[in-house]
Write a protein that binds this ligand. Structure first.
Ligand SMILES: *[C@@H]1O[C@H](CO)[C@@H](O)[C@H](O)[C@H]1NC(C)=O
Ligand SMILES: *[C@@H]1O[C@H](CO)[C@@H](O)[C@H](O)[C@H]1NC(C)=O
Ligand SMILES: *[C@@H]1O[C@H](CO)[C@@H](O)[C@H](O)[C@H]1NC(C)=O
Ligand SMILES: *[C@@H]1O[C@H](CO)[C@@H](O)[C@H](O)[C@H]1NC(C)=O
Ligand SMILES: *[C@@H]1O[C@H](CO)[C@@H](O)[C@H](O)[C@H]1NC(C)=O
Ligand SMILES: *[C@@H]1O[C@H](CO)[C@@H](O)[C@H](O)[C@H]1NC(C)=O
Ligand SMILES: *[C@@H]1O[C@H](CO)[C@@H](O)[C@H](O)[C@H]1NC(C)=O
Ligand SMILES: *[C@@H]1O[C@H](CO)[C@@H](O)[C@H](O)[C@H]1NC(C)=O
Ligand SMILES: *[C@@H]1O[C@H](CO)[C@@H](O)[C@H](O)[C@H]1NC(C)=O
Ligand SMILES: *[C@@H]1O[C@H](CO)[C@@H](O)[C@H](O)[C@H]1NC(C)=O
Length: 434
């Protein structure tokens, strides 16, 4: 009897040692695994799901060659939770560079891209928090409804994946999403659309939203109201979405965290530039080029948009009127962050104000193809970082000042088609080595 007791105690000790050395703690055993092999972290049902998903893909360059064996946690692009071993990350974005390497352009018929179908087995990866399928060519199949069941997702990158049809409103279930990128491939011959955006209001943690090139024309009565309800939104890309309605009045500006707003290439039916844009105090990149906006730039408060680095308002061919007050208001900030200002191809007029010289961080100044008149203001000489100065196709006159030659970072100087007088000498160009 004593012998048996000793053996039992020994066995217990051995088991205890095993548990310690293999670092298996009981609360770390995943809920949906049956047997745990200490060397294989991967959970079987998730491995099977990944294997099915892989079977759906054509992979001629064998980019997923590491997807062999039992331990899916070691496969390329897979990340598992250290606590539960569940697959929490599936990142095929980087293993699917599709010929971007070496600077060549991606085209969908390039054979080195992953392509094929998106197997619904993926919905078994219930703990997935990061999903990046960027650039996989899903060949124009309908947008997958089941993605809305991956409720733990915080990052969803489906950029350039060639889905078609309607973006599933089931994405409204992904309430912890902070990043959503759905920009379709420019080579897709089918469209992707969102007729109703209300599901977005569920995504209160959203910081990044890219719906560029997705048809939103049926959502045009409510798109702004919906994005204005996303308090964490920092980057919003709605370029080329077929929007025609840009509300002039917004009772509350709620999305004040916005730092990037890209509304370019939407034909806003000759709306005016809405004043609420200038209440977005965190903006550092505002793109409203090719927007079919008209009329004068609204009067804005002094020191508006003090974080602005890049403003592109070009090619709104009915934007007219003087820019003096606008430039003065923008330049009223203590720190001058503006790096790129593009007001080209509008019908702006008037004399260029001295306050332009306040933007000492300016690298690009595109004022081409307007009706600006008068001389080059002497304050331009303070723009020592200027790389591009384009004043071409205006009504400017006077002499071309020699201080142009002190802007030593200039790589492009375009003064063509104005009414300059006088002569230019080598002094103008002596220091323009770039
Ligand atoms: C898991 O642990 C490894 C090693 O300690 C660490 O490098 C990795 O970042 C951890 N992963 C996560 C998701 O915490
Ligand atoms: C997804 O992968 C692509 C390609 O590597 C990368 O450029 C992109 O930043 C990734 N997306 C996210 C959200 O990390
Ligand atoms: C969302 O995140 C919160 C906080 O991290 C967490 O408590 C909650 O369970 C998450 N919801 C889902 C559906 O994953
Ligand atoms: C919003 O999320 C809840 C779960 O938190 C879900 O029941 C509801 O259907 C979602 N609404 C939309 C419009 O997606
Ligand atoms: C502004 O955001 C708050 C929560 O952040 C919300 O309660 C409120 O309804 C929003 N207002 C509008 C007009 O969207
Ligand atoms: C938009 O343009 C159409 C013609 O293309 C016109 O009939 C309509 O009144 C315009 N709407 C607004 C709000 O200006
Ligand atoms: C925008 O800011 C101005 C003052 O800077 C304020 O009078 C106006 O009410 C604000 N508009 C909105 C829509 O918040
Ligand atoms: C100049 O601006 C007009 C509109 O004001 C536009 O139609 C034209 O294409 C522009 N020209 C160039 C060369 O960009
Ligand atoms: C802006 O420029 C004007 C004229 O060049 C100057 O009088 C003013 O002090 C400058 N403002 C700031 C904030 O630097
Ligand atoms: C420049 O043009 C304006 C009219 O636009 C005129 O009043 C002024 O005298 C001209 N200046 C020079 C130096 O030709």
């Amino acid at each position: 009897m004593a012998n048996m007791n000793t053996t039992f105690v020994l066995l217990l000790n051995l088991l205890y040692l095993l548990l310690i050395t293999e670092s298996i703690s009981l609360d770390a055993v995943p809920s949906n695994s049956i047997a745990v092999n200490a060397n294989v972290r991967c959970i079987e049902i998730e491995r099977v799901a990944l294997q099915k998903f892989r079977k759906g893909l054509k992979d001629p360059f064998n980019r997923l060659s590491s997807w062999v064996g039992q331990d899916c946690c070691n496969w390329e692009g897979i990340g598992c939770s250290n606590q539960t071993s569940n697959v929490v990350k599936l990142d095929l974005g980087s293993s699917n560079l599709c010929g971007f390497e070496g600077g060549s352009q991606y085209t969908p018929d390039q054979p080195n891209c992953l392509s094929g179908k998106l197997d619904p087995s993926l919905q078994n990866l219930k703990y997935l928090s990061y999903l990046n399928l960027s650039n996989i060519n899903f060949q124009g199949v309908s947008f997958p409804y089941f993605l809305g069941s991956l409720k733990k997702l915080t990052y969803l990158d489906l950029s350039f994946t060639m889905f078609s049809g309607v973006v599933s409103p089931s994405l409204g279930n992904l309430i912890n999403l902070s990043y959503l990128n759905l920009i379709p491939s420019q080579f897709s011959d089918k469209t992707l659309s969102v007729p109703n955006l209300y599901w977005l209001t569920n995504l209160s943690s959203l910081q990044y939203l890219n719906l560029q090139n997705i048809v939103l024309s049926k959502a045009e009565t409510h798109w702004l109201q919906v994005v204005n309800m996303l308090p964490s939104l920092s980057e919003l890309y709605l370029s080329s979405c077929g929007l025609h309605h840009l509300p002039q009045i917004l009772p509350f500006v709620n999305f004040t965290s916005l730092s990037v707003l890209d509304l370019s290439n939407n034909g806003f039916n000759s709306s005016s530039i809405p004043p609420w844009l200038f209440n977005l105090t965190s903006l550092n990149n505002l793109r409203i080029n090719y927007c079919d906006l008209k009329g004068p730039i609204p009067n804005i408060a002094r020191a508006s948009l003090c974080n602005l680095k890049n403003l592109d308002m070009s090619f709104n061919i009915f934007i007219s009127g003087p820019i003096t007050e606008f430039i003065q208001a923008l330049s009223g900030c203590g720190n001058h962050r503006l790096e790129q200002l593009n007001l080209g191809s509008n019908q702006l007029s008037g004399v260029l104000p001295h306050s332009l010289g306040n933007f000492t961080h300016l690298r690009e100044l595109h004022l081409t193809n307007n009706s600006f008149s008068g001389p080059i203001p002497s304050s331009i000489q303070h723009l020592s970082r200027l790389e591009i100065l384009d004043l071409s196709y205006n009504l400017m006159n006077g002499t071309i000042p020699e201080f142009i030659g002190e802007l030593i970072e200039l790589s492009t100087l375009d003064l063509f088609s104005n009414s300059w007088e006088g002569t230019m000498t080598e002094t103008h160009f002596l220091n323009l080595k770039k």
